[in-house]
Write a new protein. Structure first.
Length: 202
């Protein structure tokens, strides 16, 4: 709690709740749980499109069905639009809301559109190597590209457990952080504990 925002009522010993009382750096477990929820939502939306909106890839008798061009574009729009719009407009996706997480700028302001787009672009960039990997001829070269893709994916999120603000590379580049919003029922007991400590040290 910052000194300028910290207020104490000498008569009652109560402390006014500050922004730091309401938010904390996001726990790794909560980040993982929120990501699983969001991944499940995207899969539920995209999978039927990919399975049902298909056509035969050729006129050969043994041709297989593949998603149509519009199906792929719609799927991509969902994959990109869901997190970008959710963070830009509301500061949280459904998964983050379920785990009491919110994306904010480094100074605590709402993330906004630019930070949301940059944050997603950095986290999604390693996946763009997928077409290159698939088109590479089988052998050591392709294996090396597959390993590189995994390393790039891991590099984005690996710093989270070790950063004091639980920031990944995408958060650092976008200058955002993910915070835990304490439920209202927990704020009063925590503020009460702070007031009691101040009263004891006063």
């Amino acid at each position: 709690m910052t000194a300028e925002r910290q207020r104490r009522d000498d008569a009652s010993g109560q402390v006014e709740e500050s922004d730091d009382d309401r938010v904390r750096p996001s726990p790794v477990v909560a980040r993982l749980a929120g990501a699983i929820v969001d991944f499940t939502i995207v899969v539920v939306l995209v999978l039927p499109i990919q399975l049902l909106w298909t056509h035969y890839e050729s006129f050969e008798p043994d041709a297989t069905k593949v998603p149509t061009g519009p199906a792929n574009w719609l799927s991509l729009a969902i994959i990109v639009g869901y997190p970008v719009i959710s963070i830009a407009r509301y500061g949280q996706t459904i998964g983050k809301r379920a785990t009491s997480l919110r994306v904010v700028r480094a100074d605590g302001r709402p993330a906004g559109w630019l930070a949301s787009i940059v944050r997603f672009a950095v986290s999604f960039a390693p996946f763009l190597t997928g077409p290159i990997v698939r088109q590479a001829p089988a052998g050591a070269g392709r294996t090396a590209l597959e390993v590189l893709q995994v390393i790039l994916m891991a590099a984005v999120y690996l710093p989270i457990p070790f950063d004091d603000q639980r920031r990944g590379i995408h958060d650092r580049v976008a200058r955002t952080r993910v915070v835990t919003e304490l439920p209202p029922l927990l704020r009063a007991p925590i503020s009460g504990q702070i007031a009691q400590r101040l009263a004891q040290t006063g």
